[in-house]
Design a protein around this ligand. Structure first.
Ligand code: NAD
Length: 474
């Protein structure tokens, strides 16, 4: 594979003088697609197998890089970044032959005789831009889906996880075909990439940059998948098992120090059980990370000083810490924190938190919770904890979100037959399993007709008799 890149850590003048890697990467990927390299199922399967080898052989280097970038505990790195990716890639490898086959479609009387098929075809050369928080999974899973669908790809890892970006770049260049090009870099490189003409853009990141991507894509009318963020609520009904709800909320929130797109952002809890829930979360945090989470090997760090400062600002005016609240700038450590008495106008309730701060707000009823959720942009995930099915059904029917998990957090992302994505401000488009294959395919409709018979019914001259027959047939 081509090895052009902007070296990280280079002096600005030198970086400015270095030629951009973008044109060559795009030209190489596009040429591979145009030569038909990526179309055969055998090639697609071989690339997916190569991705599996990459994950296996690169495991130690990737886990070390994840620890360097975000202090990711080894087991978290394996399960949430490498392990899930490997099972998604294996699923695509197993099913690519089946999913790539033409799919039968029914025919109305008016179109008979004939054969209708949906024939998936690759879109062409696609751009994939990834974030830093699960930098392996969120780069390689879309890449695997794009390759399974027969596309050439240019991928850009996040510059905010530089160690992982460097290892991924090296591994992809070693293991994959030239039809996959990696370009490292930050906003300038991303901007230059977005100026190119693509057949699809798959972006994972913030809603703010998602808008930038959608605007750039509109210029060439390029279809986009936007996997974005937002404030995902957890509603706790008084009928819930509070001890289990607390544990599952604490796990989903404090995994990766809250830097998870589908982490519960805030809790809406029935006011009659708020204190009990908070007590259970306090116990869960102590069980998970000990009395001093800073010393736990199982608790991650904030990705960089800018995000640490942003989160410290949210903590300062975000209510009263009922759990945690401690910070250490040198280590970019923020304790697992639960905030109560959160002021209505607190900034923490305006933007996605994306860190280990959990506002807990009292509600008076399920209807109150629903109104509060609906007063905000549609979230990526919504969690509802309740034993009362009527409460669950009311939330399901009267709110909109990318996905829902009842009585747990995060795990709805794992079944490959559940398409993953957002709605409204939290994104558009879906992937995982066959939905990912379909996202990167043109599902071309093909109707094959025999030359005979060739009835004159549809052709001019139109007559009353023809009209009568047509009106009956349609
Ligand atoms: P980000 O939007 O800052 O960056 C994402 C990617 O966009 C990076 O590769 C970055 O280099 C690139 N980028 C930066 N400026 C750009 C520009 N002007 N034009 C084009 N690309 C640009 O997001 P982040 O901080 O890396 O990730 C955190 C956000 O991503 C959170 O909002 C989180 O909820 C969201 N997220 C969503 C999902 C999902 O699956 N829906 C998964 C993970 C993270």
């Amino acid at each position: 594979m081509a090895t052009t890149e902007i070296p990280t850590g280079t002096a600005p003048e030198a970086a400015a003088a270095a030629p951009s890697p973008v044109p060559e990467a795009v030209a190489t990927a596009r040429a591979a697609f145009d030569r038909g390299v990526t179309r055969p199922i055998a090639w697609r399967r071989a690339q997916l197998e190569a991705l599996l080898t990459l994950l296996e052989e690169g495991e130690d280097r990737l886990l070390a890089a994840l620890a360097t970038d975000v202090g990711k505990p080894r087991l978290e790195g394996w399960t949430t970044d490498l392990g899930v990716t490997a099972s998604e890639v294996a699923l695509l490898a197993k099913n690519v032959g089946k999913w790539a086959k033409p799919r039968r479609a029914g025919l109305p009387l008016t179109a008979m005789p004939g054969k209708a098929r949906i024939q998936p075809e690759p879109l062409g050369t696609v751009l994939i831009i990834a974030p830093w928080n699960y930098p392996v999974q969120l780069l390689l899973e879309p890449l695997a889906a794009a390759l399974a669908a027969g596309n050439a790809c240019v991928v850009k890892p996040s510059e905010l996880a530089p160690a992982t970006s460097a290892v991924l770049t090296d591994l992809l260049r070693t293991h994959l075909d030239d039809a996959v090009q990696v370009v490292e870099g930050g906003p300038e490189v991303a901007t230059e990439l977005l100026e190119q003409r693509w057949d699809h853009i798959f972006f994972t990141g913030s809603t703010r940059i998602g808008r930038v991507v959608a605007e750039a894509a509109a210029k060439h009318l390029t279809p986009v998948t936007l996997e974005l963020g937002g404030k995902s609520p957890a509603i706790v009904h008084k009928s819930a098992n509070l001890e289990v709800a607390a544990r599952r909320i604490a796990w989903g929130k404090f995994l990766n120090a809250g830097q998870t797109c589908i982490a519960p952002d805030y809790v809406l809890v029935d006011e009659s059980v708020q204190d009990e829930l908070v007590d259970h979360i306090r116990t869960a945090v102590a069980d998970f990370y000990g009395e001093v989470p800073k010393t736990s090997e199982d608790y991650a760090r904030i990705v960089n000083a800018r995000h640490f400062d942003r989160l410290s600002g949210l903590l300062a005016d975000g209510g009263t810490p009922a759990v945690g609240g401690q910070t250490d700038a040198d280590e970019r450590y923020i304790a697992p924190t639960v905030l109560v008495d959160v002021p209505d106008d607190a900034t923490i309730m305006e933007e996605e938190i994306f860190g280990p701060l959990l506002p807990v707000l009292p509600i008076t009823s399920v209807a109150d919770a629903i109104d509060r959720v609906n007063a905000r942009p549609k979230p990526l995930a919504l969690y509802v904890f309740a034993a009362d099915d009527d409460a669950v059904d009311a939330v399901l029917e009267r709110t909109s979100s990318g996905g829902v998990c009842v009585n747990h957090t995060l795990v709805h992302i794992t079944p490959p037959e559940l398409p993953f994505g957002g709605v409204g401000d939290s994104g558009q488009g879906r992937y995982h399993g066959q939905s990912g294959f379909d996202t990167f395919s043109n599902l071309k409709s093909v109707l094959r007709k025999p030359s005979r018979p060739d009835p004159a019914l549809m052709y001019p001259p139109y007559t009353d008799t023809k009209e009568k027959i047509i009106r009956k047939a349609i």
